[in-house]
Design a protein around this ligand. Sequence first.
Ligand code: GLY
Length: 566
Amino acid sequence: MKKLLLLLIIFSITSCKTKVNTATPSAKKTGLIAEKAMVVSARKEASDIGLAVLKKGGNAFDAMIATEMALAVVYPYAGNLGGGGFMVYRKADGQTGTLDYREKAPLLSTKDMYQDENGEVISHLSKVGGMAVGVPGTVAGIFAVHEKFGSMPMAEILEPVIALARNGYVVTANQEASLGRYRENFVRVNRDSIFYSKNFAEGDTIRNLALARTLERIAENGRDEFYNGPTGEKIIAYLQRHGGIMSLQDLREYQSFWRDPIHVKYNNLNVISMAPPSSGGIVLGQILKMIEGFPLEKYGHNSVEMIQVMTEAERRAYADRSFYLGDPDFVDIPVEVLLSDKYLNGRMDNFSFSKATPSSEMEHGAITAKESMETTHYSIVDQFGNAVAATTTLNGAYGSKLYVEELGFFLNNEMDDFSAKPGVPNMFGLIGAEANSIAPGKKMLSSMTPTIVEKKGKLWLVLGSPGGSTIITSVLQTILNVEEYNMSMQEAVDAPRFHHQWLPDEILFEPNAFAPDVLNTLRIKGYHINEGESTIIGKVDAIRVLPDGKLEGGADRRGDDTAAGF
Ligand code: GLY
């Protein structure tokens, strides 16, 4: 009898799992619903501050500045003053655009700066310490946004952020674990203990007075405080004591750029995403165009056929990424060809459902990089109908681990996003080529994919994710979960994800979330399955405009992410 009961339990668990992973879920579990405005970010404090700015009458761009800076206070893991990012926007009147505030290589950089005399890559140089740091763009980014679209004085926007740094924020369990993981690294790289190497435990309050003072000076003195003033001088002095090659000239010459977005049609959707130096928009667009003709809904969510079609399209798009993409101010990128129907239809010609296409037989198309998990994304829709999707990063967790004690923030290790040597993988296993080689003043290729989706010409989704090379496929799956599988925003963000990036030739799956028979069938067809090493794939923060005009938040269950709205 006991045996029978056990068998019944095992059967019901297995069949439940299969159902969850292959059937089209009904849109039941929703995220926060708001009438007019919403901010979704990696931390409640940052979402609340962004929302408070909106409540005061500010617009999505004022809220972007507040949220970006609040993340620098409460989420030093990825939020930053010492890093960079990208913003995609859609104004209420339908006008779209993007801001590139990506870091760039210092003027003294050289193509082989991370290679020894035998041409071997010295991997740690681009990941930790002074040599890893690219010229930061975030402060330039918020001032560019403010100048073009801001409606409130900068000092007023920054006031609650400064108060947050001064009054403190409460450490979460995730944050305690992450600070603990890197404590020894902080001390080693900085050659001393730093503010964040203290033993902070869940429930403790962190007051970062040095950062409060830095933000106060920026509020008072403007962009120049960072790029041509005392804050910049302190950054350079600290970097030069730690083997860095960045100079004041690098800071003075830094510019952010307004760039045209990538627009891609998929069914009745218009997907608006980031152009190079991010690979996000082009790769996302290529995958969407390659899978458009396949009946994904009919295959079922996370079914063998759906995973095959998406994997094969991802394999082909990432092969192109690694050959063709880099900083558009340094290399010619055949954007139109890469996104054309003619080119993309041909790319899937050799795909067959009967077996995997080995990546060794799949190169870039005949007309062919690199990145970190530790980025952060936030999405905003304001009460006027403007939308902002912004992804910002230090690259690795806490960037280069270099922390300027006097200023209260970490410096990025974005230089690892360059290809240190063609063919040698970076920290995400991404392979780069000449297009993403290092040059003075050049921007390193990114995977950040802040994205806005219109449905039938109207604002529909605002989304993005951290996750290095997995950012693009996380954004892709979230869009498809809503469009093809009728999920709510929250369900779409929470659903288990998988990822393929050409090389290494394997499908990465979130562990214990996919039906064993699906994985076995894929193995039989020649796919390499990696379920063991993956922890999470992406951490999506998204907003959906519902048919009645209300907003639904999708705050990823994988972190401390929170939606706030009114
Ligand atoms: N550093 C992560 C990215 O830019 O893709």
